[in-house]
Design a protein. Structure first.
Length: 187
């Protein structure tokens, strides 16, 4: 027999032994139903000795089934049998309700936190809006003051021009009078 065929036969033999011994890969997790405690028996029937107890919500690994009984392994690594009507594939309602209650509490806290942040943001928005209104008011006042300032300097300039013109008229008339009255000659 060639070496390749021998290796294939050995591999097939090893794989078949692994699957025959135990197949935990096919095991599935189920949960104890809504009863408080469930007895785990040493065999598939109520006449067998009780070897352990599991409570509602405890996960167990189903290793096999015989009649109306599941062969299981507990989280404490104990193997036994439980009536199939006492196991469910879904998590028990009490666990689901507890998980939802916890999630509700977390979301309530988050809502309260977001409400506080919202109040704070509204306060800042109001402050920003007030600042924007104040800024516009100050801009308008600045323009009015600038116009008033320009008018003031226009008035000052006109006043200086008027005073200069009046001084010029007054001194000019004295000069003409003075020439006519006082004619001195320095020759």
């Amino acid at each position: 027999m060639p070496k390749g065929q021998i290796l294939v036969l050995i591999l097939i033999l090893i794989l078949s032994m692994v699957f025959l011994i135990r197949s935990d890969g096919a095991a599935k997790t189920m949960y104890v139903t809504e009863t408080t405690w469930v007895k785990v028996n040493s065999g598939p029937g109520s006449e067998y000795k009780v070897i352990a107890r599991v409570k509602t919500g405890d996960p167990v690994t189903v290793l096999g089934q015989e009649g109306g009984w599941y062969h299981i392994r507990t989280a404490a690594d104990e193997e036994g049998w439980i009536m199939s009507s006492l196991l469910t594939e879904g998590k028990p309602l009490t666990d689901q309700v507890n998980a939802l209650a916890t999630k509700t509490q977390e979301q309530s806290k988050l809502i309260a936190q977001l409400s506080e942040e919202n109040k704070s943001l509204k306060k800042y928005a109001q402050m920003f809006e007030n600042s924007a209104v104040e800024l516009n008011r100050l801009k308008e006042e600045n323009l009015r003051l600038k116009d008033r300032h320009d008018l003031l300097w226009l008035g000052v300039g006109a006043g200086i021009l008027s005073i200069g013109w009046i001084i010029g008229l007054i001194t000019g008339s004295f000069y003409r009078r003075g020439k006519a009255k006082y004619r001195y000659s320095f020759d």
